[in-house]
Design a protein around this ligand. Structure first.
Ligand SMILES: [Fe+2]
Ligand SMILES: [Fe+2]
Length: 565
């Protein structure tokens, strides 16, 4: 027994020594290689492109060969901290909604062990959210980050680069405080990016992220789309039904000498009409193809596969919400080009039913949705923001799923009349328009109603939203000056959301509590415009969301908002 125990201990010791030696060998080799790269750059005596490439490849191989991530992270961190002459460094990995520190140098151990970052906050979280490298040489004056409490960070310079696996940020490498008060260079950023690339390969090979061995649905579709050999995309039966590709030329696939060929079957728009669509649907044919054609086509392709994406367990909630949002803004932009409103409405209804399904299954979705909305003054974003907020608010009000479908589609297309009007007059800063332009713009509710109701596939109350969303509860709205209950309940909801969204879009980025400011303005200046009861509930809905950190309303302002009750 004793002998066996001793043997095991010795064996373990030998293994530890071997591991350490292995790490030291790797590290030493990496240091040497790095030194060579620098020497070559400084002397300029060699064609350093080739040498550098060779050396970097060797460095990469050394990193990739470390399959045990617990050993890889200190190695990577040591390497980048030394290589950039920094005083501290962090290697962190994304886990769910958090970013956990896997190795730190130059920080008190206790601090480092307890460090968790949130996505979107401070430089580490910012990288995970945005996916691009950053170099900061005057931290205190950098508007992006200076507001955040950087309790772990004592200097004024940093580089952060993302570690990406299959296009998704899975971690961050960061070096801070360059020695002797020096500044970081672009070359050092590229160096960190290269190390991040090799770290990514090591992570994939290690099986640390088993889910990446199997592509999630969004990545699968993106890979298919981006594959240069695929010039054409298969169209599913569902997207033939909803008409997502009605505008596109349609191809059929033929195989000649074991090679795929694509024959133009018919031109898009008028030629790919309902009759042809029906014939495909009847025959259950879903082997038709459309040509790849930029980002809009990519989003239509994602739209055609949206239900599969939503049912995919490997895609995260945030990824799903991101794609839902982009698909919808693309769909609304298609309205400008399309003459077939029936098809756009079908696409919109399908999109809303997917969201309804999603929000009924996942209660956490609300906060994630509100975070993704972009308030940029663009009419497509405006329409989608209003629709998403309306669906969440409608759910909060207890409106049934069936009625939410009408409410949501009415909200999504409430400004369709504006989109069909002269583009100059449809710019959103109403106060800057001439009298004539204002008059034209005031026709958009009626025009929208005509367009939507003549399509024949939208509920009456949904079309009414387009007609009545500028009517005010006090009778001072347009086009008809309707009052109180004369305005449909959904249109009263639409008026609140519409004004809220527009006001929020006009607020500058520097404002720390935009939601509070907008609500306060609406209460003080426009209270009579809204159905009081609905407006009160809307404020409560927003307050509730704010309390859950859904919207960045500082706690100190909550009491002031509640004055409005
Ligand atoms: Fe409008
Ligand atoms: Fe609007």
């Amino acid at each position: 027994m004793t002998t066996a125990t001793v043997d095991n201990t010795i064996l373990e010791d030998i293994k530890t020594v071997q591991d350490t030696l292995y790490d030291i060998r790797c590290l030493t080799k990496l240091y040497q290689l790095l030194q060579n790269v620098r020497d070559v750059n400084e002397s300029k005596n060699y064609f350093h492109g080739t040498l550098e490439e060779l050396n970097l490849r060797e460095i990469g191989h050394a990193l990739i060969s470390v399959l045990d991530l617990e050993r890889l992270f200190p190695l990577v961190n040591n390497f980048v901290v030394s290589g950039t002459n920094s005083l501290s460094g962090i290697v962190a990995l994304v886990k769910g909604e958090e970013i956990l520190v896997k190795n730190s140098i130059g920080l008190p151990q206790l601090t480092a062990d307890n460090m968790i970052f949130k996505i979107g906050e401070d430089p580490i979280g910012w990288i995970v959210k945005h996916g691009n490298s950053i170099v900061v040489n005057n931290f205190k004056q950098d508007e992006r980050f200076y507001k955040h409490a950087m309790w772990y960070f004592f200097g004024n310079t940093l580089i952060c680069v993302p570690i990406k696996v299959q296009g998704k940020v899975v971690g961050v490498i960061s070096v801070n405080n360059k020695k002797y008060g020096e500044l970081y260079t672009d070359e050092e950023v590229r160096f960190l990016e290269m190390i991040a690339d090799y770290t990514s390969v090591a992570i994939k090979d290690s099986g640390f992220y088993p889910e990446y061995k199997k592509l999630n649905k969004i990545d699968q579709l993106t890979t298919t789309y981006q594959n240069k050999n695929n010039k054409y995309l298969p169209v599913t039966l569902r997207s033939i039904k909803t008409g997502a590709f009605t505008e596109c030329d349609v191809y059929l696939q033929t195989v000649v000498n074991q090679e795929n060929n694509y024959l133009l079957y018919c031109k898009g728009n008028n030629l790919f009409d309902d009759e042809r669509k029906e014939s495909f649907v009847k025959k259950n044919v879903n082997k038709i193809y459309v040509a790849k054609n930029g980002n809009a086509q990519y989003l239509r392709y994602m739209e055609a596969n949206l239900r599969d994406i939503m049912n995919d367990e490997l895609s995260t909630r945030q990824e799903k919400i991101g794609i839902i949002y982009n698909i919808a803004t693309n769909m609304i932009t298609d309205t400008l080009k399309s003459s077939n409103i029936f098809v756009i409405i079908e696409r919109g209804k399908e999109w809303i039913s997917v969201i309804l399904d999603f929000i009924s299954r996942d209660k956490e979705v609300c906060s994630n949705f509100i975070k993704v909305l972009m308030y940029n003054g663009n009419i497509s974003n405006h329409s989608v923001n209003v629709a998403i907020m309306g669906l969440l608010f409608g759910q909060y009000l207890g409106i049934s799923a069936r009625d939410l479908l009408s409410l949501g589609s009415g909200l999504l297309f409430h400004d369709i009349g504006k989109m069909k009007l002269d583009s100059h007059a449809s710019q959103r800063d109403f106060d800057k328009l001439t009298k004539v332009e204002k008059e034209i713009l005031r026709k958009h509710p009626d025009m929208g109603f005509v367009v939507l109701s003549s399509a024949g596939n939208l509920a009456k109350e949904a079309s009414l939203i387009a007609k009545q969303h500028h009517e005010q509860y006090n009778g001072e709205g347009y086009p008809y000056g309707l009052k109180g209950e004369e305005i449909h309940n959904y249109s009263r909801i639409a008026h609140i959301l519409d004004e809220f969204e527009i006001a929020l879009s006009r607020i500058t980025e520097k404002n720390t509590s935009p939601v509070f400011q907008v609500l306060q303005h609406m209460v003080k200046e426009k209270d009579g415009n809204y159905d009081k009861e609905l407006f009160k509930r809307f404020i409560k809905f927003m307050q509730m969301s704010a309390n859950e950190n859904v919207i960045a309303v500082p706690a100190r302002h909550n009491n002031e908002v509640s004055v409005t009750r």
